[in-house]
Design a protein around this ligand. Structure first.
Ligand code: ADE
Length: 420
């Protein structure tokens, strides 16, 4: 399946039956998806449908986002402002009266004011493992940012390490425990107000000036979604001539970046905060790619050390670096351009940086396909025509055409992307 065919939309009241199933599945009742539901499950589902049709309750359709594939709902996220929780919970539990299998008086609050609480997330079993849950969560985080709620929270069962890994990859951090529905859950929390921080260490800071002050990266900084700090390694040397390199041991050609300025600069940064990654740009690193950019865009902060000269004293790589990345099999004069490439690819997909979230998700490589061709007005330029289908207004034919084109271009230009 093609992830760019997934649409995320707000739910309508007509989705109540679907939402009700997903809320129950998220609460652990997977039998709700069975062709023939056990009687007790069916009974609760019927009550849950009424809940989902109601306003001002936890699982209201009004609190829900739907993931849709080919016009069919396949996943949902029910989430709300924690300040409404207490009142909505009372209204919700009132529907169930005697049928609650736990004592609500023993239940701790799942959320509170100041939090956007991601209550129930579920994807139909046949569609799991395609990144749909992640898309819904990203959209939930985006909603919290739009509503200017400072934290997003979610509970995860200790028996579900896979979900915990997913939430961690989105930037959630552990934040205590909650006893709810008769069991303990791990609380995970994400700060929506703190921008991502990238510290770039270089001997040529001027190479990054233009890039950092232009276009989307500059806008992301102005919007407060990312802070980028450039550090001149020459400011961290104790040498009076501000030397940062020296001759290599063993007498081969070229100069090597010394340990001291790099170590002093990284130590000073680490004294102020913990870093998620310390990256070194080098042609012999792991190949940078869209999945790596996606992963890094979820981090809170990172240091990028730009390599230069013949390389850096290997002890820095052994003791300080957590990730070594290359942007391709060619050697640049320095790592600054590589750091700029990586920063650009990471920053543009931070939720909120590009207005239309969908447009970053439909980029080339996001689903292992190259993007289809795009056209704009005029429809006929010097006899060069825009394909008829794009002018037809027929949404389904257009999406099919785009998919066929994407597949054809990928087969022709990058068959390796289709290998696994
Ligand atoms: N420094 C020099 N060449 C590089 C490359 N290809 N990728 C990352 N850093 C580099």
């Amino acid at each position: 399946m093609n992830i760019s065919d997934i649409q995320i939309r707000p739910a309508s009241i007509a989705d109540a039956a679907f939402i009700a199933k997903n809320v129950m599945a998220a609460l652990g009742t997977e039998e709700v998806y069975a062709e023939e539901m056990p009687e007790q499950v069916l009974k609760i589902w019927n009550i849950m449908i009424q809940v989902c049709q109601t306003s001002g309750v936890l699982y209201s359709w009004e609190n829900t986002l739907i993931a849709e594939y080919e016009g069919m709902p396949i996943g949902s996220l029910t989430a709300y402002d924690g300040s409404t929780y207490k009142e909505s919970r009372e209204k919700t539990f009132a529907f169930f009266e005697e049928s609650l299998s736990f004592d609500p008086d023993l239940m701790q609050d799942e959320t509170k004011a100041g939090e956007y609480y991601l209550d129930s997330l579920a994807v139909l079993p046949a569609f799991r493992g395609n990144g749909i849950g992640k898309m819904l969560l990203q959209q939930g985080i985006e909603t919290a940012r739009r509503k200017e709620i400072p934290h997003v929270t979610i509970l995860v069962s200790p028996t579900n390490p896979k979900a915990k890994r997913l939430y961690s990859s989105l930037g959630f951090r552990e934040a205590g425990e909650v006893f709810a529905f008769g069991e303990y859950f791990q609380r995970m929390k994400l700060d929506t107000t703190e921008p991502m921080r990238i510290d770039i260490l270089t001997v040529l800071p001027e190479m990054l000036d233009g890039f950092l002050n232009c276009s989307i990266v500059a806008r992301a900084q102005r919007k407060g979604l990312v802070e980028i700090h450039v550090h001149n390694l020459r400011d961290w040397t104790l040498d009076k001539h501000k030397r940062v390199d020296d001759y290599p041991y063993g007498g081969c050609a070229g100069m090597v970046m010394q340990c001291e300025p790099i170590d002093r600069c990284i130590e000073a940064l680490k004294a102020k905060r913990d870093y998620d990654e310390i990256i070194f740009t080098t042609p012999d690193g792991e190949q940078f790619s869209q999945p790596i950019a996606n992963e890094l865009s979820m981090k809170k902060n990172m240091i990028i050390l730009c390599g230069h000269f013949k390389g850096v004293d290997y002890r820095i790589r052994e003791h300080l670096i957590t990730k070594e990345l290359s942007i391709g099999d060619y050697v640049l004069t320095g790592g600054e351009l590589a750091a700029a490439v990586m920063t650009d690819a990471i920053v543009r997909i931070i939720p909120g940086v590009i207005g239309d979230e969908q447009s970053a998700l439909s980029d080339s490589f996001q689903d292992n396909l190259l993007a289809p061709p795009v056209y704009t007005r005029p429809a006929d330029y010097k006899g060069w025509k825009v394909p008829d289908v794009l002018l037809s207004g027929h949404e389904k034919n257009i999406r099919n055409w785009e998919f066929e084109q994407a597949l054809e271009r990928t087969k022709r230009l990058r068959p390796d992307l289709l290998e696994d």
